[in-house]
Design a protein around this ligand. Structure first.
Ligand code: NAP
Length: 509
């Protein structure tokens, strides 16, 4: 399957008029065809103007029309077949099997949102009838519904080329809410983005929706993204990436004449607290499963378990011994981009050179384009004294904090920044101690889990993939699961409206 490196604006392929760039195969550093041309400021403005024009029509599509549109996108992504899988694998270094899994998750997500739309509960329709007899003043007729915010800018994520990119979770939830979407493709996988973008644009046309409902923009730098976020017609932003990138976009959004919400998922080290009885009974098993979770996908998951906290003792020693043995055998893996690989190596070097940290395990070295896993250890006191030890090292690097007693463990936990997940490993005799810390953990993370690791993120009505800053910019929401639709809605109340003026869903008497 051939595809061009053009932008998709208003349903048409448009050659970008800014600087060009190519995808780089991260496994060997070679440039891939075709060349992609970035959008100019005028082309960004054309995309947002068309999205703004599409908005009044798209937001009032029937639930059935919108659900069919989401399903049509899913069908077209499947129809791309192996071309999509191979291109995404070449652009990201992720194995084809992982891309196939991600594709299943992406279409599953679109179909789940289609069901959510048909169900209609997200509209939150409320009817509070008038009461002319109420004293001392008559009560008005009040009706409420959620309306879509407006066009949404979505930034594709480097680590989920399908599930969190052009038609991923942010785009699916915004489209489900009734918001047109303008995607800024991640520069690391433009070909994957072009293929999926064409599938979305074809679905827009097939469903008879306004052409501005979807646009796909490329850029060799940051200008397109920054212009998009500053554009007055963009009303919300979905982002997954670095803390630096996320905070730069939050700043732009907050300095606009009309500030807008930025839902940025940024950095999390996903602490894992190992309780003494769990360690005494199952240190070997926990150590093995931790090593697998740490090295899965070269550690490039936002939920990668980067921090282990436990009280000193033979159980912790056995855990470290087991994890060390497994990590020492782990093969080096290709990372998503050369930049991410460099950042990982710098993070590992920073920990290696810290006087308060010792390296306990190193994975096998590979090609110059691959990164080796790493495991470090420090003390509770050192961790408490050095906030830099909380910084995310994106990749398969973990830090164990050996605490002298339960009081220090608690102090370490309370010093943590906001997280996406916190996991507890407990046996029956640990329950009493764990119970006392859970109220604190609720303040720190969006998802708490027991006897597992947070790497698998179920797309579910009960999932929260979010958490207090810096895990995300807005810990009140989630970017995975059906609750994500509410990020792109706001409530409007209609007082004493005659039926003819009411929006259709609120017309019942
Ligand atoms: P990133 O550098 O933040 O980039 C994400 C997206 O934002 C890209 O489209 C990028 O443009 C754009 N961008 C970045 N900085 C910007 C700025 N100042 N203004 C406007 N747009 C900006 O993230 P990444 O490329 O995915 O990975 C880099 C690092 O992010 C990793 O090493 C890791 O530390 C972190 N990361 C964390 C997670 C997580 O879930 N916690 C996930 C992925 C990455 P370009 O396409 O032009 O670069």
């Amino acid at each position: 399957m051939t595809f061009s490196g053009d932008l998709l604006i208003g349903g048409a392929s448009v050659r970008g008029a800014a600087a060009t760039f190519s995808a780089i195969n991260p496994a060997d550093g070679t440039a891939m065809e075709p060349s992609f041309a970035g959008a100019t400021k005028e082309q960004v403005e054309l995309a947002t103007a068309l999205a703004w024009a599409a908005f009044p029509v798209y937001k009032e599509t029937t639930l059935e029309e919108r659900a069919r549109f989401l399903e049509a996108i899913a069908e077209r992504i499947i129809a791309l077949g192996d071309d999509l899988v191979l291109r995404a694998s070449d652009e990201t270094g992720l194995p084809p099997a992982r891309i196939e899994g991600e594709r299943a998750r992406t279409v599953g997500q679109l179909r789940l949102f289609a069901r959510e739309v048909r169900d209609g509960k997200f509209q939150e329709l409320r009817f509070d009838p008038a009461d002319a007899e109420r004293k001392p003043v008559a009560k008005p007729d009040l009706r409420l519904r959620n309306v879509a915010l407006g066009p949404v800018a979505v930034f594709g994520a480097s680590n989920f080329p399908l599930a969190f990119s052009v038609a991923g979770g942010d785009a699916a939830s915004a489209l489900a809410a009734g918001c047109p979407v303008v995607v800024k493709a991640h520069s690391a996988h433009p070909g994957t983005s072009a293929l999926v973008g064409k599938a979305v644009a074809d679905a827009v046309a097939a469903c008879g929706l306004p052409p501005g409902t979807f646009a796909l923009l490329f850029d060799a730098g940051f200008e397109v993204g920054q212009t998009l976020v500053a554009d007055p017609r963009i009303r919300a932003v979905g982002f997954t990436g670095s803390r630096r990138g996320g905070t730069a976009l939050i700043k732009i959004a907050s300095e606009r004449k009309q500030p807008i919400p930025v839902y940025a998922e940024m950095s999390s080290i996903n602490p894992v607290i190992l309780y003494p009885n769990a360690l005494r009974n199952r240190a070997f098993e926990i150590g093995r499963t931790f090593a697998s979770a740490l090295t899965l996908g070269a550690g490039q998951f936002c939920t990668n378990p980067g921090l282990i906290i436990a009280v000193d003792g033979p159980g912790l020693d056995e855990f470290i011994e087991t994890a060390t043995a497994a990590i020492s055998e782990a093969q080096a893996q290709t990372m998503l981009t050369g930049g991410i690989c460099d950042a990982y190596r710098k993070g590992v070097a920073r920990l290696s050179s810290s006087s308060s940290v010792s390296q306990v395990a190193a994975g096998k070295n590979g090609t110059p384009y691959q990164a080796a896993a790493a495991l470090f250890e420090t003390t509770g006191a050192a961790f408490l004294g050095d906030p830099e030890l909380q910084e995310e090292v994106f990749g398969a690097s973990g830090l164990i904090v050996r605490c002298q007693d339960e009081a220090e463990l608690r102090e370490v936990v309370l010093s943590l920044e906001g997280q996406l997940t916190i996991a507890l490993h407990v046996d029956a005799e640990d329950i009493a101690a764990a119970l006392t810390i859970i109220p604190q953990l609720e303040l720190l993370a969006g998802r708490l889990l027991v006897n597992g690791f947070g790497t698998g993120v179920e797309v579910s009505p009960a999932m929260v993939h979010g958490g207090p800053y810096p895990a995300t910019s807005d810990g009140r929401s989630t970017s995975v699961g059906t609750l994500a639709i509410y990020r792109f809605l706001r409530p409007v109340s209609y007082q004493d409206f005659p039926a003819e003026l009411l929006p259709e869903p609120l017309r019942r008497s």
